[in-house]
Write a protein that binds this ligand. Structure first.
Ligand SMILES: [Zn+2]
Length: 278
């Protein structure tokens, strides 16, 4: 979690995804008089978008957040491998189906169908056990997860390697972003910090996995009004933890719940309670 200022090998950027920074909700056609069919389709989609009020009225999808999965620690950011497996098992036994953030976005914005008992299983901080323990267990139960990466840690001890990240993406998991070095997003009112923590590392991550990175988890789960509004320029959706959802930018402040070392039944009860209110 600590910033390691000694490490950041700048590479030449190929700008492969330079045009992908703008999410579709901000897409606008420069010249409205000559429209090709693709532009017309974008406009039709724009018109069918839910309003902010409609998005806030949608039933919430439970979103779990895990950090460490290991034995020998006793804090709210850690579950044992046995507990993690028990959590996945009860979700599967209770009929939950994992969805990805893209499905959540289409459900919130375009009323697309999602499974009756949806869940998003997410992971913060790029820990190596996310690839070695969490992913295989999830896959055993037919789930796919969302991995929010803090990119300064790539290939470091106890953190995922580039290869592990690429393999997660290839296996159908979603690669999300969690800033370069875990600087609080409440400090993102300085352009250079946004450039260093979001814009440049996000591009590198996109080059690495070969696809856009469209979802963000705020470091510490915290943001403020200004940063929340600004993230709309870079991500389709961003995720918070224990703070209140922003009613002006609900898609940039989607709530998640930390899943601690709880018995499986307690987890289900907490999910029900947490996501039945705003
Ligand atoms: Zn974090």
């Amino acid at each position: 979690m600590k910033a390691n200022n000694l490490f950041f090998p700048f590479l030449m950027l190929f700008l492969l995804f330079g045009s992908c920074n703008k999410p579709i909700q901000n897409a606008k056609t420069q010249n409205d008089s000559i429209e090709n069919p693709a532009d017309q389709e974008v406009h039709a989609m724009e018109e069918s978008r839910n309003t902010t009020t409609e998005i806030l009225a949608k039933k919430q999808v439970p979103i779990l957040c895990y950090h460490r999965i290991e034995y020998g620690r006793n804090d709210e950011y850690t579950v044992t491998p046995a507990t993690f497996e028990a959590h996945m098992k009860i979700l599967a036994d209770s009929g939950f189906r994992s969805i990805n953030p893209g499905q959540l976005y289409d459900y919130l914005v375009f009323n697309k169908e999602i499974p009756e008992k949806p869940v998003i299983i997410s992971f913060d901080d790029s820990r190596v056990e996310h690839a070695t323990i969490a992913a295989p267990v999830m896959e055993k139960y037919g789930f796919r997860g969302v991995f929010f990466l803090m990119t300064i840690t790539h290939n470091k001890k106890n953190y995922m390697t580039d290869e592990q990240i690429i393999n997660l993406s290839k296996a159908g998991h979603t690669i999300g972003f969690h800033s370069w070095d875990h600087t609080r997003a409440t400090k993102y009112d300085i352009d250079s910090i946004v450039k260093q923590n979001v814009i440049e590392p996000k591009k590198k991550l996109e080059e690495m996995i070969g696809m856009p990175v469209e979802y963000f988890a705020y470091p510490y789960g915290l943001t403020n009004e200004k940063t929340t509004a600004n993230m709309d320029n870079y991500f389709k959706m961003s995720f918070i933890l224990s703070m209140k959802q922003d009613t002006i930018n609900p898609l940039q402040s989607v709530r998640r719940m930390i899943a601690p070392e709880w018995k499986p039944q307690s987890l289900l009860r907490a999910m029900e309670k947490t996501f039945s209110r705003r």
